[in-house]
Design a protein around this ligand. Structure first.
Ligand SMILES: [Ca+2]
Ligand SMILES: [Ca+2]
Ligand SMILES: [Ca+2]
Length: 289
């Protein structure tokens, strides 16, 4: 990194720590506040509603995202997502949400996600790929007990093709099995099975029950954990260590919840159908740094 880059990084980190002081907490017991941007509901039948009544919410009220059923095959991907994002950018700290993800048939492709995302089309760190700073917690309706955890630093898709850098871990909590990006595979979507988690929850059903999920984003580390409401509190799913801008994001970014149709299954090279009926992703409570 050249000296200009170092100065830019130092300034950026100061900005991050300054912003990290203002926490956002919302239990979605009332209409959406100015802490949130206008929701994205790009399709007939898409909706984002707070406060929706739900007896399973701690306070009886939740944020409910709805994605319409049976959409045309030309409509898929996050561009058509039902989505809510924070109005401000957040940075290092704990992102936590108590939520119940969307369920659908195993042949159908539906993604429920809680994530941060920054991509302004610029290669800020000069490594040759547009910076894409993103931390994802994702749930696929077709893989009922799996959680996809991803940490991105670059993504670019242009006439020269798609290039990116990310590390993913997939955890199946029902079996304890774990898959991860192989060393050197950060520019691919490949996953390889590694040693199991060491614990599991046979009745883990994120579509039926609310659980609390969180990631703690620090300058050289991201730690993902889950509280499956069994009295043991948060348990770690993954700690990813790495250099800033190489493995770990450093740009402040808004936080998002979204719900969308993936046209292809992630665990096999096969087309996924749009949901047969409208599907719901509900968030009881969120805390952002
Ligand atoms: Ca870059
Ligand atoms: Ca980089
Ligand atoms: Ca609530």
């Amino acid at each position: 990194m050249n000296s200009l880059g170092r100065i830019a990084t130092a300034v950026c980190l100061v900005a991050l720590s300054a912003r990290a002081a203002s926490a956002l907490e919302d239990d979605f017991g009332a209409a959406l506040s100015a802490s949130w941007a206008e929701p994205n509901t790009p399709q007939a039948g898409s909706s984002v509603a707070s406060a929706s009544a739900d007896a399973a919410g701690v306070d009886g009220a939740v944020l409910k995202l709805v994605y319409p059923g049976r959409t045309s095959s030309s409509i898929s991907g996050p561009g058509w997502a039902t989505q809510l994002q924070s109005a401000a950018s957040q940075a290092f700290g704990v992102y936590q949400a108590r939520m119940r993800v969307a369920g659908a048939g195993k042949s159908q492709g539906v993604v429920s996600a809680f994530f941060t995302y920054f991509n302004d089309g610029i290669d800020h760190d000069g490594d040759g790929i547009v910076d894409n700073n993103e931390i994802d917690l994702e749930f696929l309706a077709a893989e009922r007990s799996a959680i996809y955890l991803s940490v991105w630093t670059e993504y670019q898709d242009d006439a020269n093709g798609e290039v990116f850098r990310k590390t993913t871990r997939k955890v199946d909590l029902k079996t304890g099995r774990v898959w991860q990006t192989p060393a050197g595979g950060e520019g691919t979507y490949d996953l390889e099975e590694i040693a199991p988690l060491g614990w599991k929850m046979r009745r883990f059903d994120p579509r039926q029950f609310y659980y609390s999920y969180r990631f703690d984003w620090q300058p050289t580390q991201v730690t993902f954990s889950v509280d499956v409401q069994d009295g043991l509190g948060f348990r770690t799913l993954w700690t990813l260590d790495g250099a800033p801008d190489d493995v770990i994001p450093s740009h402040a970014a808004p936080a998002f919840f979204n719900l969308w149709h993936n046209a292809y299954h992630w665990n096999r090279d096969k087309a996924a159908r749009s949901p047969a009926r409208p599907v719901n992703f509900s968030i009881d409570r969120v805390t952002l740094p």
